[in-house]
Design a protein around this ligand. Structure first.
Ligand code: ATP
Length: 460
């Protein structure tokens, strides 16, 4: 499988096997939106559940939050999102009117365009003779704000204008005081949130990589200023551990240290964790930034409410913050790309997903060897219900012959297939009574396992 066609294979598999569908498909789609099918939602939920466990439940210094998507518009003025800070440079094809992100067009053409002003972008487009992908001249660049606007209540005036949140982070900052007052956390501590975010991307592209509606998993980790370097390093290592937990190999992850001249004015250090997406190369999977105390300070000034943390000795300060920010869709894409494998088994080429068991949509599939033998089906249903009670995500698969079932389960990443056969019933070899065949997805090796040992075996 070449790198280019691996991405095509993943996208095709996602549609064919019910992981990801184009949003509003029957109406020709809606650009920048995707719908998760039965297996996609299972994988997505597993990623989010594992993240919550990894960063919140398994630690003592993290607090959860679930803030509203709609927020008072003053939030976005204070955070700078209504201004130029949350704009992308837009250019138009002067003939077709099609819109593009100028920095992406330049980057695709092999030119570095990060951090350029609109004037610098215009100059560069002229000096390198850049045309639109349709071969037509481009317009001048202008700023395009990425926030989606909507209206709240029955008012039509400006007072009814609200935005769909473009990040979950601000929901955390505006609740900082609520969490401190209700939970009395000791600094350093973090507030974590998983939720939808919306960005009116000029040119959504590359499957789930750049979409207009997506989910984020974000943490604001509140620290004392003097702690920032040591806490940054600790959290950086935690992020490395998280990507490892997702099964992403270290050679496919790169830490990009954002150069000083490209840092936001309030940030002292930012690392982009990049994944080597097939056919695309290394690009941002997650961001990690030291944002000083810029956000809390801005909200304190704009709201007039104190964002100070008070130490037991009475001293007060506005905490500084470290922000790890993950996109669920990008994580899901990386996990699928990493897992998508091809090999030859029994003389046939097979495509399968080598997903870690804790992420796979189904932990195991249970089959009766033959579906027209009631005694096999009855026993298989018993095993199925027993495993389902324990794990929840167990598939029942009695379609087609056993070889076809294995291929189908391999393709959706089910780590083990459990088959109930005549030996399970103990009719001939009594020593094999109440044992089943368990087949391993990656090796195809089959083992005989006692039903009473099955849960422990699958948990290995
Ligand atoms: P990019 O430079 O790729 O536009 P960004 O730097 O604007 O990303 P952040 O604002 O740091 O992204 O958002 C944090 C995370 O949210 C990103 O690392 C990414 O995983 C995810 N994310 C951001 N924008 C999108 C999008 N349009 N579609 C899917 N995921 C996104």
């Amino acid at each position: 499988m070449t790198k280019d066609n691996k991405m095509d294979k993943v996208v095709a598999l996602c549609k064919r096997r019910g992981f990801v569908f184009q949003g509003s498909d029957i109406y020709g789609g809606l650009k920048g939106t995707w719908d998760l099918g039965p297996l996609g939602v299972a994988l997505n939920n597993n990623i989010k559940r594992e993240w919550w466990k990894f960063f919140v439940e398994d630690r003592e210094d993290m607090y959860g939050l679930d803030a509203a998507i709609l927020m008072n518009s003053k939030t976005w003025e204070a955070s700078g999102h209504t201004g130029a800070g949350f704009c992308d440079p837009l250019v138009e094809d002067t003939i077709t009117g099609e819109r593009f992100r100028a920095d992406h067009l330049l980057k695709d053409g092999g030119f570095e365009a990060e951090g350029l002003t609109l004037e610098q972008i215009d100059q560069m487009i002229i000096s390198v003779g850049l045309m639109s992908p349709n071969g037509n001249p481009l317009s001048k660049a202008r700023q395009f704000n990425m926030m989606f606007e909507t209206r709240i209540g029955a008012t039509s005036g400006p007072e009814g204008l609200v935005f769909l949140r473009p990040e979950t982070a601000q929901g955390i900052f505006v609740n900082f005081k609520n969490v401190v007052d209700s939970m009395s956390p000791k600094i350093p501590f973090g507030i974590a949130q998983i939720g939808k975010a919306f960005r009116n991307e000029i040119a959504p592209r590359e499957f789930l990589f750049r979409v207009r509606e997506f989910e984020q998993m974000e943490i604001e980790y509140f620290i004392k200023e003097e702690q920032w370097e040591s806490e940054f390093e600790k959290l950086r290592q935690d992020i490395v551990g998280w990507h490892n937990h997702l099964g992403l190999s270290s050679e496919n992850i790169k830490e990009y240290e954002v150069p000083e001249n490209d840092l936001a004015h309030y940030s002292k250090r930012t690392i982009d964790f990049e994944y080597n997406f097939p056919g695309k190369g290394f690009d941002e999977l997650a961001g990690f930034a030291y944002r000083t105390n810029h956000d809390l300070k801005s909200h304190m000034e704009a709201s007039g409410k104190s964002m100070e943390y008070i130490e037991p000795d009475g001293s007060r300060f506005i905490p500084h913050v470290l922000e790890p920010s993950f996109g669920v869709g990008r994580a899901l894409t990386a996990v699928l790309c990493e897992a998508c494998s091809e090999d030859e088994m029994n003389g046939e080429v097979r495509t399968y997903l080598r997903l870690p068991a804790h992420l796979a949509p189904y932990r195991a599939a249970v089959s009766p060897l033959l579906k027209n033998k009631p005694e096999l089906v009855g026993k298989a249903r018993e095993v199925f219900m027993m495993l389902k009670k324990k794990f929840g995500n167990i598939a029942w698969d009695d379609n087609g012959n056993i070889g076809k079932r294995y291929r189908r389960q391999d393709e959706i990443g089910t780590p083990h297939c459990v088959t109930i056969d005549f030996e399970t019933l103990g009719e001939e070899k009594t020593e094999l009574k109440d044992t089943v065949t368990v087949r391993d997805r990656d090796t195809g090796v089959q083992e005989r396992v006692a039903i009473s040992e099955l849960v422990a075996y699958l948990n290995k």
